[in-house]
Design a protein around this ligand. Structure first.
Ligand code: NAD
Length: 451
């Protein structure tokens, strides 16, 4: 997928590189994105850990299964590592945080372009005692800052692995190390002990599964539909009747099917549930992607703008989800189902002119928090992605100066692509990721907005 980022194209030429350096302008490196057949990593991972950590073995097993070569030290000054991975679960008091410095300080310059930095910890809320909780909480500031110091498209994340969830590393490690997570950086991910199933084929983890995607006729929704189909799912795309032709074209292109309806229609939840039950014997993956903006500052916002945004972006998600999980064992959402919502960094950081939109998108995070326990009871999960600046028809219409600011105000100094959001959704949708429940992960290149 191409980008219209002229700044990035220009600064990749020799004169552009020279000028960028002289003027101190931000670096914007084309990111490594996943291509079919790509290995998880294009080089070795340097692996270390604080003494007493509990993840060395499960980490080694997961990396071996993903065909990642590991090394314990950098043998030459100019050696490079495709990833630095550190098991920090052994850190039980603040004095021991020095282990982070000892491991990463000499190695950080060795990270390759589009390389990865990963810190593994214990969720502070699952710590055995107070000092351990404090030290584990501190990992967040370290990882977010180290990720901001990485260059050339490299990214960094903190993964909290709950005690008992050590066997659930695979799906998340593969996602974070690979080009699939190109535009995800500075994130904190929690892996719990939910039931996971390793797919027979990691390139087609959704084989035999049915996925419903709202707002699938264009933009991010079309990329989500294509990505889930690539991963083996039969995709049922949903969109408004006015876009039925576009929706049918997207569905035909990926061997899926189309259901044209307005998700705010009072009858929509029943109609969606009935369609999925009758045509597909239920649904395995539901992606609540449809969304609209109706921007105005609060004093100038009429009730119609407010109501339209809340009803599409938030109320419809609640109503459709309720219809899909009603009925206990006869629910339309199959056992082990995955629900993934699309929030926004506006819903985290707030944005002037978007009180309606940010309310709806913060509400989407509320949906994840509120539904996660009930879904866990039936072996299902709910998570959200919160995109930052993504290159779509919508953002192409934004005036150039604001568009440029949106792109450059991230640690990766560029906008993301719809595929970046879609890959994160495919990660949450994987049967291997039953341990991910209640997460909100930003796909924003570590935007300077929103923490
Ligand atoms: P888009 O406008 O290109 O696509 C949204 C789709 O949702 C459209 O096809 C639209 O017809 C559909 N839709 C809207 N109302 C509907 C309804 N009532 N019933 C059924 N379908 C409906 O937008 P996009 O940029 O692809 O955004 C997709 C999602 O990502 C949205 O939830 C948006 O808020 C979110 N998001 C986008 C960005 C970005 O930078 N583009 C950033 C953050 C979050």
């Amino acid at each position: 997928m191409s980008t219209t980022d002229r700044y990035q194209q220009l600064t990749q030429t020799p004169p552009g590189k020279f000028l960028r350096g002289r003027l101190g302008l931000p670096e914007s490196t084309p990111l490594r994105r996943h291509e079919p057949g790509d290995p998880v990593l294009h080089g070795p991972a340097l692996v270390g850990g604080a003494p007493g950590g509990r993840l060395a073995k499960p980490l080694a097993t997961a990396l071996r299964a993903a065909s990642v070569k590991t090394i314990k030290s950098l043998d030459a000054d100019d050696a490079q590592a495709a990833a630095l991975i550190f098991d920090a679960t052994g850190i039980t008091r603040s004095e021991d945080l020095a282990a982070l410095h000892d491991f990463f300080s000499p190695a950080i310059a060795a990270v390759q372009a589009s390389g990865r930095l990963i810190v593994l910890g214990t969720p502070p809320e699952r710590a055995a005692y107070r000092r351990q909780a404090v030290a584990q909480r501190a990992l967040e500031g370290f990882t977010r800052s180290a990720a901001k110091e990485l260059r050339h498209g490299a990214t960094g994340q903190l993964v909290y692995v709950a005690p008992g969830a050590e066997g659930n590393l695979d799906g998340t490690l593969r996602f974070l190390l690979s080009g699939r997570s190109a535009y995800v950086s500075g994130q904190v991910i929690r892996i719990g002990a939910g039931a996971s199933q390793a797919p027979g084929d990691w390139d087609r983890p959704l084989d035999g599964r049915v996925a419903a995607v709202t707002g699938a006729s264009r933009g991010i929704g079309a990329a989500i539909a294509a990505t889930l189909a690539r991963d083996g799912a039969h995709v049922v795309g949903l969109d408004v009747p006015a876009l039925e032709d576009d929706l049918k074209a997207v569905a035909a292109g990926i061997g899926g099917s189309a259901l044209a309806l307005d998700i705010t229609d009072p009858d929509a939840p029943r109609a969606i549930a009935a369609h999925l039950k009758q045509e597909h014997r239920g649904v395995d993956v539901v992606v609540h992607n449809a969304g609209i903006t109706r921007d105005r500052t609060l004093g100038r916002m009429d009730a119609d703008r407010w109501n339209a945004v809340i009803s599409v972006n938030l109320t419809a998600i609640e109503r459709v989800t309720d219809a899909l999980i009603a009925g206990g064992s006869r629910a339309v959402l199959n056992e082990g189902g995955r629900i993934v919502c699309v929030s926004s960094i506006s819903g985290i950081a707030g944005n002037a002119g978007q009180t309606n939109y940010a309310t709806s998108k913060a509400g989407v995070i509320g949906v994840v928090d509120a539904y996660a326990p009930a879904l866990a009871e039936r072996g299902a999960t709910i998570n959200a992605v919160a995109p930052g600046f993504i290159e779509t028809q919508m953002t192409a219409k934004v005036p150039l100066p604001i568009r440029e600011a949106g792109r450059r105000m991230s640690s990766l100094s560029q906008g993301g692509l719809p595929i970046d959001v879609a890959e994160a959704i495919a990660w949450f949708a994987s049967p291997a990721c039953g341990g991910l429940n209640g997460n909100v992960v930003r796909v924003c290149g570590q935007s300077l907005l929103g923490a």
